[in-house]
Design a protein around this ligand. Structure first.
Ligand SMILES: *[C@@H]1O[C@H](CO)[C@@H](O)[C@H](O)[C@H]1NC(C)=O
Length: 547
């Protein structure tokens, strides 16, 4: 009896150990990619050539990297230098871990953007001479491409606005400082500017709390817009509010400068008549935090809750969940396996110059499918504070790139709290740990930049180097590359494609077939990263063009 029980006890102990290890708190690893990228990564966008374009602003003195080709420019609006020979935009090449400077000549401060169906980066607005401009960057592999700037592309100044990519490939540009309106790029025929009273209704005098609204494309083609503490569903074609959502319980603001963050949770069951889409808003700062920090040097604890809502319910309601900690100015990044990374920010104060305190060095991972109360998993900390003006974004290899942080009016590297940060890091969630190598899929086909068609079937061939290491259903996810600034990743969405079949086609190789979404409302046209996910462990992605 006793002799028989022993191995069972051992197995049980091993099981406990393993399950403890898998579910335990800390996870993930950090690496320093580059010590000095020359600028502070205030805005960032991954492009289809696996290069990340970043920029800050162009009127606050010289950066640490020169403009290409010895170019200099007169910058009458610059308080520090009237002639500036430095770059304020760079391109980071993931493969070679190197940067090159790009040429932006007008001010892109606190602006917005997104990628076009062709894979170009559209940037809109900014400050001063840049406030109504649009700028385009078509990606290239030979270092020959650079920004081009278009004057008067916007009707009005767009500063602290949010863009979202639309089903027809245009972008909607919502709000901005003192702009209670939206418009499109390219501009529509008159009227090209649409009033949005929701933005004046959510404006807090003296504190705003409605900038950089959280905007998502709903499966019915309408636009979900969250500002301050509530949201609407907008039919942007007719400028009609088709649904009004309640306030988040407690009523505290979640938008700039009480900056929280938000994601559309993974979109699943794509053929249902009404798709259950959920928005998750996390963190922020209690009302008044901005003014208390600004006027009284008092740094109020940030909000420690997330609020989750089913936006297509008949009677939608926010459900509050407690985070492991308070967080303001955090970023939320969808991981290829459908988990949500919360990263960066501080735990007191607010967004704005010099107004944040208590850097939050630990990311947290949120598991949307686990029961409330056990969704968060604390991750290992970085050593670098990422306060106001920092960014995070998913790379195709599954790492999350982290950059920026500049809570100062200028480039200030010494004698200040949280100096201007030029270091670029990557956070690797534990799915990249070597212990998972035997179940990690490697995609063999399609090749990167293949085309997939709406309503079609996509077949992905992949290898997994362990017998029985593949567990059906293997998930295939598609992630749209988002534009990140001020704690919000614009146009960020992840689709879990409907499974058709999984076939074993060799000793180590498999083919999984999935349905490509039918609707442009579910997935606007453009390039996506497609991942095969086996037991929550994602492959590297491949770029596929959805058209
Ligand atoms: C920050 O940088 C600006 C411009 O170089 C400089 O004038 C200012 O004194 C700096 N602030 C501090 C606190 O060092």
């Amino acid at each position: 009896m006793a002799a028989e029980a022993k191995p069972q006890i051992l197995y049980f102990a091993l099981f406990l150990l393993l399950s403890f290890h898998l579910a335990s708190g800390a996870g993930g690893t950090w690496e320093l990619l580059l010590n000095d990228v020359g600028i502070s990564a205030m805005h960032s966008q991954l492009l289809i050539n696996d290069r990340v374009v970043m920029y800050d602003r162009s009127n606050f003195g010289p950066s640490k990297i020169s403009l290409p080709n010895g170019v200099c420019r007169d910058s009458p609006n610059d308080v520090v230098s009237k002639r500036d020979c430095t770059a304020h935009s760079i391109e980071y090449d993931v493969a070679s871990n190197s940067i090159r400077p790009l040429t932006i000549l007008s001010n892109t401060w606190c602006s917005s953007g997104g990628v076009t169906p062709e894979g170009a980066l559209l940037q809109t607005g900014g400050d001063k001479e840049g406030e109504r401009k649009a700028r385009m960057l078509y990606p290239c592999d030979d270092d020959a491409c650079d920004w081009s700037e278009v004057d008067n592309a916007l009707n009005v100044r767009r500063w602290y606005a949010t863009n979202h990519v639309l089903p027809d490939g245009r972008q909607i540009i919502v709000g901005g400082r003192n702009q209670f309106s939206f418009e499109f790029f390219p501009k529509t025929k008159a009227p090209s500017l649409y009033n949005l009273p929701f933005l004046s209704e959510t404006y807090d005098v003296g504190q705003e709390n409605n900038l950089y609204p959280f905007v998502f494309l709903n499966s019915d083609g309408n636009i979900f817009i969250f500002a301050n503490n509530r949201a609407i569903l907008l039919d942007y074609e007719t400028n009609t509010v088709v649904k009004t959502y309640p306030k988040i319980p407690g009523g505290d603001p979640r938008s700039y400068p009480s900056t929280g963050s938000a994601v559309l949770l993974p979109i699943e069951n794509l053929e249902e008549e009404v798709i259950e889409l959920e928005v998750l808003v996390c963190g922020g700062a209690p009302r008044g935090s901005y003014l208390l920090a600004l006027d009284k040097n008092t740094f109020v604890k940030a909000l420690d809750t997330c609020a989750r809502i089913k936006i297509n319910d008949d009677d939608p309601n926010w459900v509050l969940e407690k985070m492991p900690r308070p967080r303001v100015m955090g970023d939320m990044t969808l991981l290829p396996n459908g988990h949500v990374l919360l990263i960066n920010g501080g735990s007191s104060g607010s967004a704005g110059w010099e107004l944040g305190r208590e850097p939050v060095l630990n990311p947290d991972i949120y598991h949307p499918d686990k029961p409330v109360g056990s969704r968060f998993q604390v991750q290992n900390p970085s050593t670098i504070p990422r306060m106001y003006h920092s960014t995070a974004g998913l790379l195709r290899d599954g790492r999350v790139q982290v950059g920026g942080s500049n809570p100062h009016q200028f480039y200030n590297f010494t004698d200040v709290l949280f100096p201007t940060e030029l270091r670029l890091e990557a956070f690797s969630p534990s799915y990249l740990d070597s212990r998972y190598w035997s179940i990690r899929p490697t995609i063999m086909s399609p090749f990167s930049q293949s085309t997939v068609n709406y309503g079609g079937i996509m077949r992905l061939r992949f290898m997994v180097f362990s017998i029985g290491g593949v567990q059906s259903p293997v998930k295939v996810t598609m992630v749209f590359p988002s534009f990140t600034s001020h704690s919000f990743s614009m146009s960020q969405r992840l689709l879990v494609l409907d499974h058709v079949e999984l076939m074993r086609i060799g000793v180590w190789s498999y083919e999984v077939s999935v349905k490509v979404p039918r609707s442009k409302n579910l997935a606007p046209p453009g390039y996506y990263m497609a991942f095969v996910v086996n037991q929550d462990i994602p492959s590297e992605g491949v770029w596929v063009r959805l058209q």
